[in-house]
Design a protein around this ligand. Structure first.
Ligand SMILES: [Zn+2]
Length: 188
């Protein structure tokens, strides 16, 4: 905002303040139209003064960054950072990566730290998805486990396989999870 804009906008806003002070139940329509015109003038001045888009998030660091509707401040960048922090609280710190490429007799692939990834078998209990077995280090093993559960006499309505790595990702769903109302105890 340049100096001329600042002066004009300040004056327009002060005029609106005066209108507010003078407002009573007897203020005639002609005066209200005048107020309306002054508000429009102030809005136009504001439109000219403001540069850049309206913020898409409530994050002071990334006001125009990508949006995560589920984040309290709507900021995807900060939410990703917070998620990583929560994960490292649970799993311990991430293994440090070596910056200089040293030759290894085990080959390049083994130079990388072992990723901590697991496959979680979950079942639909009529209300929510819940873990139904030990998280596996091997996807195939987890799928075999779910297949065995589905063949069991008391199989759930649906099962799913969730990949836990840098985030949780549903890989596959078996059956249809339908929300079931909880039966009231004792029928009247
Ligand atoms: Zn942010």
């Amino acid at each position: 905002m340049n100096h001329a804009q600042l002066t004009a906008l300040g004056r327009a806003l002060r005029v609106l303040g005066e209108h507010g002070d003078a407002l009573t139940g007897d203020t005639p329509d002609t005066k209200l139209h005048e107020v309306k015109a002054d508000i429009k003038r102030a809005l136009n001045l504001l439109d000219d003064s403001v540069s850049g888009a309206a913020p898409s998030t409530r994050c002071p660091e990334h006001p125009n960054g990508p949006v995560d509707e589920n984040a309290p401040d709507l900021c995807l960048l900060c939410e990703t950072r917070r998620r990583a922090a929560r994960r490292s609280e649970i799993n311990g710190p991430e293994p440090a990566y070596s910056a200089d490429p040293k030759p290894s007799r085990y080959g390049v692939r083994e130079d990388r730290p072992q990723p901590q990834q697991r496959w979680l078998p979950e079942l639909w209990n009529g209300q929510v998805w819940q873990l139904c077995g030990t998280p596996r280090r091997d996807r195939h093993e987890a799928e075999l486990y779910i297949a065995a559960q589905r063949r069991g006499p008391r199989a759930a309505m649906a099962y799913r396989l969730v990949h836990e790595f840098t985030d949780y990702e549903v890989l596959r769903v078996w059956g249809t999870p339908v929300r079931v109302d909880i039966e009231p105890l004792g029928n009247l």
